[in-house]
Design a protein around this ligand. Sequence first.
Ligand SMILES: Cc1ncc(COP(=O)(O)O)c(C=O)c1O
Length: 395
Amino acid sequence: MKAFSKLVTRLAALEGDQWELQLRAREMNEAGGDIIELTIGEPDVPTPHEMVDVCFQAIANGRTRYSPAEGELSLRQTLADKYSARTGRQIGPDNFICYPGTQTALYAAMQLLAEPGDEVLLPDPYYATYEAVIRSTGADIVPVPLHQHAGFRLQPEDLEDCITSRTKVLLLNNPHNPTGVNLNEDELRAIAEVCARHDLWIIADEVYEALIFDQRFASLFDMDAFAERVIVVSSISKSHAAPGFRSGWMAASQEVCSAAIPPAVAMLFGNQPFIADMTTWALTHDVSVTATMRDAYARRAKLAADALSRSDVLTPLPPQAGMFLCVDVSATGLSGSEFANRLLDTESVAVMPGSSFGAGAAHLIRLSLTVPDQDIETACARICRFAAQVALQPT
Ligand SMILES: Cc1ncc(COP(=O)(O)O)c(C=O)c1O
């Protein structure tokens, strides 16, 4: 047999399985275990029934034919209206390509920009799939440290230090998973100024835009001076409790979007019109689920942070956005991965080991806030009990 392509070998060479613990917890639950799962970011509320109805109706109305590779015009026009209002600039349908979720849009954006020989700047900690997305292109990853003492906020001087003549792209996730940091306009501008000075592209993953607790959302795409070098990727997965519908998009200059069409033809040959109709409906109606989730995640983040800070050896790091809470477990003497694995076995609570999110998170665990308050309370009590036991053990 001839060998597989370099893409396969590059991805196979990635170290570790980031989702291993989550899969183990799921298997334990399926085998009758009573595990509280605080692993992945799956909303605990159903997709609003109105959206499901619109989708069914569209299917019944025959919206099941091929659509253009770039996505249905009606959805791209809706996105254009949304982003024109957001940016204050006139944005048109040709500034969008629709993809099945942020993940696909991100993969497509990275393929447009990076290739072997290039370097991609990746603030570390980072979302678990980013490494594979960058590696798939053959480009090298350059982690930019996000320091806990700086609140995990990307510092322009750290970015500057990592730039070489090979640097091509910064992959910026704001609001950020796993830390829940929401960078403000001034911080983003300072980051973009470094990128502009070195003529870098910026891919901005803004999937948590709608889940900011108390602050405003800011984006480099909304700043005229930088918009041309920014590719936004986002979706309705998090904002509308609809991850399984796989409905996302890329927002960028017309030049970027025209370059993205041939790869979209090659890969997708269009999206599902009934999903586009449902997304158009969702983006043009006030759907209460967004506020419901945002309020619940903010409330549970506080509940969990308060409960965990009663432990002498746990330091919760309260988020400003998103659906997660990170906790520094280094004072227990365990790594995030050891802590998470032993916690699962002894207390039947599943959390993500920080190492799934880069070396910069190896001393952390990440709790998903997508379970009822009561489960958060029970899980936190068990986490504190486990941490206390570990702290008592001789090292
Ligand atoms: C930062 C980030 N980007 C992208 C995704 C994937 O989003 P989508 O469901 O739109 O593909 C996630 C999902 O957890 C995420 O946390």
